[in-house]
Design a protein around this ligand. Structure first.
Ligand code: AMP
Length: 114
């Protein structure tokens, strides 16, 4: 998609602090971190929201979680724990309409989330 922030980061048109990449997924640090570790895990293919997923995307969603596992280990937060969040549409707080998973860790989390 031509006017998508995360497509531009994927393509290197906008800089980002990349921490992980494979054929299907790229991950980079959130520019406005909400925790000591705050990484966004993004499928390379543009999908706007979770509502747009198709059954054929199941493996891709699994790739995102496997990326999260790997990044958490690299960040040294896997044993203490971390949170994975995917916001869908405006009431959940989605502001970038290219699916992404937030990986948050390095501090204690509260529940329920805001
Ligand atoms: P969401 O609100 O769930 O759509 O999350 C979008 C996230 O993208 C927010 O946490 C923003 O801080 C983050 N973000 C926005 N622009 C950039 C950027 N250029 N590089 C890295 N993260 C960004």
């Amino acid at each position: 998609m031509t006017d998508c922030l995360f497509c531009k980061i994927r393509d290197g048109e906008i800089p980002a602090d990349r921490v992980y990449e494979n054929d299907d997924v790229v991950a980079f640090r959130d520019v406005n971190p909400q925790a000591p570790t705050h990484v966004l895990i993004v499928p390379k293919r543009h999908i706007a929201t979770i509502n747009d997923l198709e059954p054929a995307d199941a493996a891709l969603m699994g790739e995102m979680q496997l990326a999260a596992k790997s990044i958490a280990a690299n960040e040294g937060i896997d044993e203490d724990g971390y949170r994975l969040v995917v916001n869908c549409n405006s009431r959940a707080g989605q502001t970038v309409f290219h699916i992404h998973m937030h990986l948050l860790g390095g501090r204690a989390m509260t529940w329920p989330p805001g």
